[in-house]
Write a protein that binds this ligand. Structure first.
Ligand code: HEM
Ligand code: FMN
Length: 506
């Protein structure tokens, strides 16, 4: 990249058909790459969309910066090295010649940058007293796009809402007079000593929530004694995220299996070298891209403005809100036989994330997995899928042996320390919390620490008031729970083969 590129030359390549962009002091030709650039807002997806209008969306993400400086937006979503790794030498056009910039050019760059968090009206951290407050703070000051991305879920948000409200249908049966002056929440999850059985869910592009991104999640988890499960779709490199915590501090790694299996094999080879990573969470609930309407609406606006400014609107009759089809990255052919393939490429415990039925929990156990996460992707996968706490109850009733043979984790709508206690009493080994932690990145590492501290404090309080002194000892002890209200939502016993079997055994 020895050649120097002037502002004048850069601005000559300012269309979708001839698209040069300045990123971190270097000029790149993204013409060929732009149509392939993922346009899906769920970082979880890493998807290259295939429908024509979806391609248009993808294109718009990049072409918006044609002939301009895309550094600010690029750095919000990506690690510095990604672009050099992804493009060919011919596409690296040269160093940008800063001496050629003009006031007008610099002003134009301001418009192109994606607005980030505005500091107006940001509540002080001291005003945050529960996990919902983090989401509300973010809704107030986070950018519109980031807000749609983080809070969004599929279609009518049925599963998103059920995840949260169903925790409230499970009631406690407290015990009293038990000397709860001191309580212990310490336990082990997947071989890691933790202060409480909580992990931070894998969530893509954490830099959308704040500049420290995944580093805040890693550092905050480490200083709070919990574990951060990093996403395949993180906005920072694995090494950068690991560097946020002390050298021996544990992390989990979440994997999407790529259609191009050799790419997944390369990721696994890299992860195998990193002794800080203690478990591999394979996400299996998102075989195809779901529809996230909040995000699609924002993208529609973006596309409209990009193409109307070029007087060349190409939005088809169906608009940009077409149901998205997969085309890229995540392999929809992933199936249970692939566990043995993954096993050949990793030495880590394998945890299947996205279990939504007792039958699949049993299957994971029979396949020799070390753990499962009952999850529906926080309502971002199949809308209408059951609330996760209901699935935990179903597994508990139908195949309790699962809890003996592997670790059972759960996420989705967990917002209170008392939810953690409920999950543990039903038998869970660990509980994942997603959006509130992502939103806490708005306040950097301190925000993440505060979120963990709130959960820890609420958990200890719930334990004391319920008469539980040792969380580990209470695992699976359903005498602390009244499940009656929840049970009416379980599938009928005749539709639950394992349940019938259990009855016969009793
Ligand atoms: C050539 C290198 C690049 C690669 C391999 C790449 C890859 C990706 C991937 C995989 C995603 C999906 C996000 C995720 O799920 O984590 C994404 C999102 C995104 N990328 Fe890139 N990208 C590149 C360059 C750029 C550039 C140059 C820009 C802008 C100047 C950009 C802006 C964005 C934005 C804004 C998103 C979020 C998508 C959305 O709007 O929802 N990327 N990119
Ligand atoms: C912004 C966002 C990004 C996510 N990205 C991923 C991901 O990359 N991989 C994954 O397995 N799950 C991903 N998820 C799902 C979470 O890991 C988790 O299952 C879910 O958020 C839990 O629900 P909660 O947010 O209600 O706590 C994402 C969720 C959100 C909100």
């Amino acid at each position: 990249m020895a050649k120097r590129i002037s502002t004048e030359e850069l601005t000559k390549h300012a269309t979708a058909e001839d698209c040069w962009i300045l990123v971190n002091g270097k000029v790149y030709d993204l013409t060929n790459f732009a149509p392939e650039h993922p346009g899906g807002a769920d970082s979880t997806l890493n998807v290259i969309l295939s429908a024509p209008s979806s391609q248009l969306m993808a294109l718009a993400v990049i072409t918006k910066y044609a002939g301009k400086d895309g550094t600010k937006t690029y750095n919000t979503y990506h690690s510095a090295s990604l672009i050099d790794k992804s493009l060919t030498d011919a596409e690296k056009k040269g160093e940008f010649d800063e001496s050629t910039t003009t006031a007008a050019w610099l002003a134009a760059q301001q418009e192109a940058a994606t607005p980030k968090v505005s500091s107006d009206e940001k509540p002080p951290l001291s005003a945050i007293i529960n996990l919902d407050d983090f989401e509300q703070a973010f809704a107030k000051v986070g950018g519109k796009k980031a807000q749609a991305y983080i809070s969004g879920a599929s279609n009518d948000l049925l599963t998103l809402n059920a995840n949260k409200s169903f925790w409230q249908k499970l009631w406690f049966r407290p015990r009293i007079m038990r000397n709860v002056a001191s309580v212990s929440t310490r336990t082990r999850m997947l071989g890691c000593e933790v202060a409480m059985p909580v992990w931070i869910c894998p969530m893509g592009i954490a830099k959308t929530a704040g500049e420290e991104g995944e580093k805040a999640l890693g550092a905050g988890a480490a200083s709070s004694g919990i574990v951060h499960c990093m996403s395949t779709a993180a906005s920072m490199s694995v090494e950068d995220i690991l560097s946020s915590a002390p050298k021996t501090y544990p992390f989990f790694f979440q994997l999407y299996v790529d259609r191009q299996r050799h790419k997944t094999e390369a990721v696994l080879a890299q992860i195998n070298q990193l002794y800080q990573i203690k478990a591999l969470f394979i996400t299996a609930d998102l075989a195809v891209v779901s529809k996230r309407e909040a995000d699609e609406r924002i993208r529609t606006q973006e596309i409209t403005s990009v193409y109307s400014s070029q007087e060349k609107s190409r939005i088809d009759k169906k608009g940009a809100g077409l149901a998205r089809t997969t085309g890229g990255f995540i392999d929809p052919a992933l199936n249970w036989d692939d566990i043995s393939w993954v096993r050949r490429h990793t030495t880590l415990p394998i945890v299947i994330k996205g279990i939504q039925s007792a039958a699949d929990a049993r299957k994971a156990m029979e396949m020799g997995c070390q753990g499962i996460v009952i999850s529906n992707h926080g309502g971002r996968a199949l809308d209408g899928a059951p609330a996760t706490i209901l699935v935990l109850l179903e597994i508990r009733q139908d195949c309790p042996e699962v809890f003996e043979r592997m670790e059972v984790h759960i996420d989705g709508g967990v917002r209170r320390g008392s939810d953690v206690l409920k999950a543990v009493c039903l038998g869970a080994h660990g509980v994942g919390v997603g959006r509130p932690f992502q939103c806490s990145v708005l306040y950097g590492t301190e925000g993440v620490e505060t979120a963990a501290e709130i959960l820890q404090d609420e958990l200890e309080t719930a334990m004391r008031l319920c008469g539980v002194t040792d969380l580990e000892a209470a695992r699976g002890d359903m005498s602390y729970l009244n499940t009656s209200e929840l049970e009416q939502y379980l599938p009928k016993p005749e539709r639950r083969p394992w349940f019938a079997g259990l009855r016969a055994r009793l």
